[in-house]
Ligand binder design. Structure first.
Ligand code: NAP
Length: 345
């Protein structure tokens, strides 16, 4: 085993799933902190010190076993999550101590993982970028917008959840492609920052403005591409303003993440305005970023070039301290986060 000069830790703190937040809002009491002995890395494994954790609304679905693409969880199991860790000890020829690796670390201060489940943080890329625009967040924005939304120069692109991690990147990609970009998000400050800092053409505060009338003013010819992270009433209002041949991209639906999908009375009714799709020959399509693996390498090359030349900026929101991991996840559901939610351990 190769190690750094530091004394290796023998114990780790970790956050466990204490309850499933199915059919209700996530609560701090859904998590439990414990300290346990740390195993020694076996053959092909590395011992990592977690540096950053990444947060995504789908982690609530993982706690509820509703995320079809994720490994099932149990009450009492370690809270799943992507992160970046530094190798402290290695029994894998792939990685030496000191390497920074990205992967499913879970909410643990130290973790022993198979090297095959990890990948190196690219040279010259900061950990926060590697978990944000140059990670799954950026890939989701790129694939959803360019492969599903297929915008053309001059198109009107509307994005919900626009000040969040995925939405803020999708909007900037749309601007680079010559779209007129309108963001929908909660709060005046978020709206101002989209226009001033990220180059959006306009932004609508769905909490204080009348969405339908603002869409009428800002999109007189209709919406060509709607990139939806929210669902619910926002999706419904946008469906009533589609342009001929519009594409509606269903990326996420955080407005329904507190409902139990097995209880119809909890799930918001389908969008009343779906018939707008008929009159405009529009399409509405969902996607999962993992289903477009063949496009990831090209997407990552282009995103990296855009970030390097300053064409795309990452807004990030960094909470500090491992004990604050539940609080960081809760921020996504109250809309407290601006841009990519991360935690520095
Ligand atoms: P995020 O947008 O950074 O954070 C969530 C944001 O949602 C909050 O900041 C809040 O912003 C908004 N929000 C929360 N509750 C809401 C509600 N009830 N109604 C309206 N808005 C609400 O999160 P993200 O990581 O970028 O993820 C965005 C979406 O993409 C999520 O739905 C996620 O599940 C989805 N996603 C999909 C894929 C895929 O492959 N399809 C991959 C990754 C993520 P406001 O201030 O605007 O309210």
């Amino acid at each position: 085993m190769t190690t750094t000069d530091q004394t290796l830790p023998s114990r780790t703190r970790q956050w466990l799933i204490a309850d499933r937040p199915l059919g209700r809002a996530l609560a701090a009491t859904d998590f439990r902190l414990e300290e346990v002995p740390l195993p020694q890395p076996g053959e092909g494994q590395v011992l990592l010190r977690t540096r950053y954790l990444s947060f995504d609304p789908s982690q609530k679905g993982m706690m509820e076993n509703l995320a079809s693409y994720a490994e099932p969880t149990d009450i009492g199991s370690v809270m799943p999550g992507q992160g970046i860790g530094e190798v402290l000890a290695s029994r894998s020829p792939k990685y030496a101590p000191g390497a920074l690796l990205r992967g499913p670390l879970g909410w643990r201060e130290y973790a022993v993982l198979d090297a095959s489940r990890l990948e190196p943080v690219p040279e010259g890329v900061s950990p926060s970028l590697a978990l944000g625009v140059l990670g799954m967040t950026g890939l989701t924005a790129y694939i959803g917008l360019l492969h599903v939304g297929r915008p053309k120069p001059g198109d009107v692109l509307v994005i919900s959840g626009a000040a969040g991690a995925v939405g803020s990147v999708a909007g900037q990609i749309g601007r680079l492609g010559g779209c007129r970009v309108i963001g929908i998000c909660g709060g005046r400050e978020k709206c101002e920052s989209l226009v001033r800092e990220l180059g959006f053409d306009a932004a609508i505060d769905y909490k204080s403005e009348k969405l339908r009338s603002r869409l009428r003013e800002l999109c007189p010819g209709g919406i060509d591409v709607f990139f939806d992270n929210v669902g619910g009433a926002i999706l419904n209002d946008c469906l009533a303003r589609l342009a001929p041949g519009a594409r509606v991209v269903i990326c996420g639906g955080i407005a329904r993440y507190n409902a139990d999908p097995r209880k119809p009375e909890q799930v918001p009714p389908g969008p009343q305005n779906y018939f707008g799709l008929v009159h405009t020959n529009a399409t509405m399509q969902g996607f999962l970023v993992h289903h477009y693996l063949e496009h990831h390498a090209t997407a990552m090359q282009r995103l990296t070039a855009w970030v390097k030349d300053g064409a795309i900026r990452q807004k990030e929101d960094i909470v500090e301290g491992f004990e604050n991991a539940p609080r960081a996840l809760l921020r996504l559901f109250s809309g407290t986060n601006v841009g990519k939610q991360l935690l520095k351990v």
